[in-house]
Design a protein around this ligand. Structure first.
Ligand code: APR
Length: 250
């Protein structure tokens, strides 16, 4: 066991990190907390929007009932995000992409900070706030950093909606299947900054564990997943992840 900055990291984990070829990282809102993105269940003032709990304004029903109100919420969040930068945790994971022969980064986040940090081929389970989708033909259009977006589909002219998974909706086709395949084939799985309450994303560490992988959680708090993990690193992702790489280099 090595005590680094109050974080206990086992020799077993460091050995596996040094020798692993197939690694999966699953991230949640907590990895973006140090960049200033409020988490969903960590309190903060954005869990409620204009008197509506976030899971009401971020719901499929709301798209049908009041699409402009949904856009107002996502336009506000995108504006917030625009000023924020990736933190040390995002940058560390981006560096892991070239370190491991088979590295998969699966995120529940829609903030695009992994890509801004340089990560490629990020599996976005819940979509992206930087994309809009037609409510009829489903064609997508990118929303630029200035936040400019068309209200209507560029192909069929019908209204567009945020290209994110809203409450009551299924994940984008293929995203979970690709993530589950990565979980089944990985040797080492890191679960970073998620409360592990939302499925099917929260099932991925279980799939990895049941397929023989070593599962490590990084979170300042205990979650329902902690007991299932082989190792729990209690701390902030931006502090813990660089420690792992630094210790593994020894
Ligand atoms: N580093 C690591 N973890 C952190 C940090 C940090 N600096 N700060 C907070 N956390 C942890 C919290 O302890 C909590 O366990 O991050 C977790 C954030 O949990 P949630 O807010 O529930 O976010 P997440 O798990 O990503 O939510 C899943 O729910 O609301 C939906 O679609 C939304 O993708 C989201 C999904």
């Amino acid at each position: 066991m090595q005590l680094l900055n109050q974080v206990m990291i086992s020799g077993n984990l460091l050995e596996r990190f040094r020798n692993a070829e197939r690694l999966l990282a699953l991230t949640g809102a907590g990895i973006s907390a140090e960049s200033g993105v409020p988490t969903f269940r960590g309190g903060g003032d954005t869990a409620v929007w204009k008197g509506m709990p976030f899971d009401v304004v971020s719901s499929a029903q709301m798209v049908n009932r009041d699409l402009p109100a949904v856009w107002e919420w996502f336009d506000y969040r995108r504006q917030l995000l625009n000023a924020l930068k990736p933190n040390a945790a995002h940058l560390e994971l981006a560096s892991w992409q070239s370190r491991f022969r088979n590295f998969n980064l699966v995120t529940q986040n829609i903030d695009g900070l992994h890509q801004l940090a340089g990560s490629r081929d990020v599996i976005e389970l819940h979509g992206s706030i930087w994309s809009a989708r037609c409510t009829t033909c489903h064609s997508r259009q990118q929303i630029n950093r200035e936040g400019e977006r068309a209200d209507a589909c560029l192909d069929c002219g019908d209204p567009v909606r945020p290209d994110v998974v809203l409450f009551g909706e299924m994940l984008p086709a293929g995203a979970f299947e690709t993530a589950a395949e990565a979980a089944r084939s990985c040797e080492l799985c890191f679960v970073i900054g998620t409360s592990a309450l939302v499925y099917p994303a929260a099932a991925l560490p279980e799939i990895a564990r049941d397929s023989g992988a070593f599962v490590c959680e990084v979170n300042p708090e205990i979650t329902p997943l902690s007991n299932l993990c082989h190792e729990v690193l209690t701390g902030k992702a931006g502090e813990v992840l660089p420690l792992i790489s630094a210790a593994a280099k020894v």
